[in-house]
Design a protein. Structure first.
Length: 87
């Protein structure tokens, strides 16, 4: 099971998460990371979209490393949202 991450920027969502793309076994999967995870674990300066996306981009490698192990379990359920407890 292969999980790849294209080099596309993270996107702030209406749900208050940052979304990023993954490809799992050739299928596109939209992943999201919660604001709480970014604030508590990755140094987001505030809960503003700009600060959350900046924290995601600064810590992208660590976030994607965790996502790489979680996507195979959550993608078949139709979503892959990373929360503070995942880190």
């Amino acid at each position: 099971m292969s999980v790849l991450f294209p080099n596309l920027p993270g996107r702030y969502t209406r749900a208050g998460t940052v979304a990023f793309d993954a490809h799992f076994n050739g299928d596109r999967v939209i992943c999201e990371i919660s604001a709480t995870a970014l604030f508590d674990h990755f140094g987001a300066l505030s809960l503003s979209g700009r600060d959350l996306v900046a924290a995601f981009e600064r810590n992208r490698n660590a976030i994607e490393a965790t996502a790489r192990t979680i996507v195979p379990m959550r993608a078949p359920k139709g979503q892959c949202v990373l929360v503070a407890g995942d880190f």
